[in-house]
Ligand binder design. Sequence first.
Ligand code: NAG
Length: 480
Amino acid sequence: MTALRLVCLIVVVTIGLVHSLDIPKIKDVPLLVKTLKNLNRGPPLQVMTKRVNVQEKWITQKLDNFDASNSQTYPMRYLVNDEFQTEGSPIFIYLGGEWEIENSMVSAGHWYDMAEEHKGVLVYTEHRYYGQSVPTSTMSTDNLKYLDVKQALADVAVFIETFKAENPQLSNSKVILAGGSYSATMVVWFKRLYPELIVGGWASSAPLLAKVDFTEYKEVVGQAFLQLGGQKCYDRIENGIAELESMFANKRGAEAKAMLRLCNSFDDQNDLDLWTLFSSISNIFAGVAQYQSGNDISYNCDYLLSFNDDATAIANYVYWAWGMGTCIDARYEGSVEYYLWGVDNFGASRPWYYQTCNEYGWYQSSGSRNQPFGTKFPATLYTNLCGDVFSSQYGNEQININAANTNEYFGGMEPDVENVYMTHGALDPWNPMGHGVEQGATLIANASHCADFGSIKSTDSEEMRASKEKLAGLVRQWLA
Ligand SMILES: *[C@@H]1O[C@H](CO)[C@@H](O)[C@H](O)[C@H]1NC(C)=O
């Protein structure tokens, strides 16, 4: 198992390419969903250099933390590595987000190294409705009403109290949290809601502002391709997508469909199908940029530039990302059907999609002119999906209200917390939703999403190393 994971890891680390979207083929996953799953996978796995004994444990949580009359419970999973544990060990909790927890985050990397320095206990908690911490028998819209960040944060508070109560050696221990992406957001918001339970936190790539029409995201994806792949690559993307858009707009749809190897059922007269296609294409580039490291982008650009014309390059690139299987399903209805199938089939990404409709939006649209991915993927595509997949209650207006409520409750860009260190990659497309340098966050040049969890190493850029050392210094202060 460990060996296998290590092998997979090496493959992912050294290739890290667009064609490594390894989604299990339980049901054919339509192109849009496939690209979204790729974007919502957890933080990069840490490279494990030794065998660590990680224990899997469970805690009973209330299904509804805010309704005393509801006595239903569910088992929440967590992982523990207590190899450094001693009397009064500080507790280093990494929060799970919209993914399944795994051993590497408590077995290696910077968080692990700091725990070793402080003789800390390492814990990784799983978020309700993800991985194996599933509270309800189906993912119906009604059952998903117990899924939101407030419930998840309350679970973490109960977890901390229970874990200390169950471990006499740790009853007076200090607790610090870490998280990446959505779970970094949770670190910030946990400090806001339960400041007395933790002494500090590390939030890597935390979006703080809920926003339905997230136009900035694809701008940064474009910047990543421009800065790390060069102007020719950027132009190829921009011109190729523009050419495909114009073919569909000018009665050359059949030709464009054939080039892209779309399934026959794709209806190029239907806006929703076109939006689904162009959204997916831009998401393929986003999937590379969001987790790029090393030469990922230049490798992808070399491929794009190996063709003679722009549109052919994009079409072949999309087919490559698809896995070169049979025809590409880029229909809107295909995505709706898939998410509805997810009512009875876990792992189909319904829970995160639900959270976006209910709490955040964050739909990465074509609303900005300063990005190379064209004009054909408005946020409306995604808000429509909310309505068709969950409930007609989720219209555009309601989703905007939901996002505004989230900002009101958690303070948006002003969460008003102390002792939380926020880091971002300067080329992470999520960074516009989080704190900038003016607000005290650290932006690491050339880095992507959740790129700073690895151990301090000689290949780190100067800024990467400085940020990791700054964090280590803060942790020393918090635990002193
Ligand atoms: C960022 O990457 C570019 C392209 O590889 C390189 O030229 C530049 O020196 C890097 N900047 C930093 C601060 O590492």
